[in-house]
Design a binder for this molecule. Structure first.
Ligand code: CAA
Length: 389
């Protein structure tokens, strides 16, 4: 039996800040952002958008195509949770009117947890091939204003359906794992922004790649040359370039810079415009690869490296299924990015500061989003969501 992803959908916040604005305020050359870290824009949530509204918008596309019958598990991966107890997935389950015979749970381990969700979903389907698992990964990446991490903020969500005989990509069984108890990036409960040891986090990511790759090989994984494309966790797109260069060095691949880039460049297109989306980022990368690679990838093997600070990481592979292009929503996803409302720097800064200002109190949000779901505010400590239109 083959198991994998049958459909993959994307959502992002409905405002955008061009990083030129940030460079102007900081008085630096925008080349540091556009080229140095490989980011051109960041998605900025309106006051009435969050991980639930983005997750619901992504998942609604899956349900519109497949229905919710037979989905008995919903796994919600995030590291920007909105409640310490209730899963963000239950809010989405309610918003989308899914059936009551469903287990819903939230998973956390920094940016890695969507891959944990994928692996758990594969296990559920392996036990009973009639099961379908809906995985949602949704995050708002927030760093302190004026910090080095600020240009790498962003927001996006993906939803994907894990089934037997998958239509989009088969996920193969051999994986390589790596865990290390470190503090490269983390967010204490009392902070709304992440703490990060920037340079150390880059080294930790690359060290984890080597560790996960080595275990993948020791467990009988495919050779580097048997993989046509690679898809990495992308805190910023240049990180994927650095990671692929490192992997090529580890395996001694005889590829020049252009050949190395050709194996990953299509996977960078969407992330370059959304910014970091933590858990969603690697799967935004997969969608970007499928939508933007000119080559026919049917039958080709993709190598994946999923990294979550702290740190847990995994190397695994998947094989793209014939007919995958018919399942993509390429024009819709491009339009969603193009149609985001531009915000100027003062508005972006005010929105960033307002997140901490409303902590702990009841409040209503201004109706700003142009998306299909909105976060209306908090009443008696309960978060309220609405479906629009
Ligand atoms: N034109 C072109 N390039 C320029 C330039 C210009 N005018 N000015 C600078 N650059 C280049 C630099 O040479 C550098 O390139 P290299 O890394 O290839 O040398 C790049 O731009 C960045 O410059 P700096 O290293 O000086 O930037 P910085 O110190 O201000 O911050 C950062 C970089 C540490 C990545 C920071 O953005 C950060 O802290 N980001 C958040 C942490 C992060 O994303 N870590 C990734 C690993 S952890 C992870 O993956 C989990 C997660 O999601 C967070």
């Amino acid at each position: 039996m083959t198991i994998g992803i049958s459909d993959l959908a994307f959502a992002t916040a409905h405002q955008v800040l061009d990083l030129q604005q940030l460079a102007d305020v900081q008085g630096i050359d925008v080349g540091k952002f556009y080229i140095g870290i490989g980011q051109s824009q960041m998605s900025v949530p309106t006051a009435d958008e969050d991980i639930v509204t983005m997750g619901a918008e992504a998942a609604a596309q899956i349900l519109a195509r497949h229905g919710s019958d037979g989905i008995r598990t919903l796994l919600f991966a995030t590291e920007s949770g909105i409640d310490q107890s209730k899963s963000a997935g239950v809010f989405v389950h309610g918003l989308l009117g899914m059936g009551e015979h469903c287990r819903v749970v939230e998973l956390k381990q920094a940016c890695y947890s969507a891959t944990a969700a994928l692996q758990f979903a594969l296990g559920i389907v392996a036990r009973d091939a009639s099961e379908k698992v809906l995985v949602i990964a949704s995050d708002v990446a927030r760093y302190a204003l004026d910090s080095s991490g600020e240009p790498t903020q962003g927001a996006a969500a993906v939803a994907f359906l894990v089934t037997a005989d998958p239509a989009l990509i088969e996920i193969e069984p051999v994986t390589g794992l790596h865990t290390d108890d470190i503090h490269d990036f983390w967010r204490p409960n009392y902070l709304s922004t992440a703490l990060v040891d920037g340079k150390y986090s880059l080294a930790a990511y690359l060290g984890a790649l080597e560790g996960a790759w080595n275990e993948y090989q020791s467990r009988g994984g495919f050779a580097f040359a048997e993989m046509a494309r690679f898809c990495y966790h992308q805190p910023f797109t240049k990180m994927a370039v650095k990671a692929h260069d490192r992997l090529c060095k580890i395996v001694g691949a005889d590829l020049d810079k252009d050949q190395r880039l050709a194996q990953i460049s299509a996977s960078l297109e969407l992330n370059r415009r959304t910014g970091n989306s933590y858990t969603a980022s690697i799967y935004v990368g997969l969608l970007s690869l499928l939508e933007h690679d000119d080559a026919d990838l049917a039958g080709e093997r993709i190598g994946f490296f999923s990294y979550g600070s702290g740190s847990v990481s995994e190397f695994f592979t998947g094989v793209v299924r014939p007919g995958y292009r018919e399942l993509l929503r390429t024009a819709r996803d491009a339009a969603v990015l193009d149609n985001r409302r531009p915000v100027d720097y003062p508005r972006y800064r005010a929105l960033h500061e307002s997140v901490d200002a409303v902590q702990g109190a009841d409040f209503e949000t201004a109706a700003e989003t142009t998306g299909p779901y909105r976060f209306a505010g908090v009443v008696d400590h309960v978060r309220r969501y609405e479906k629009l239109g």
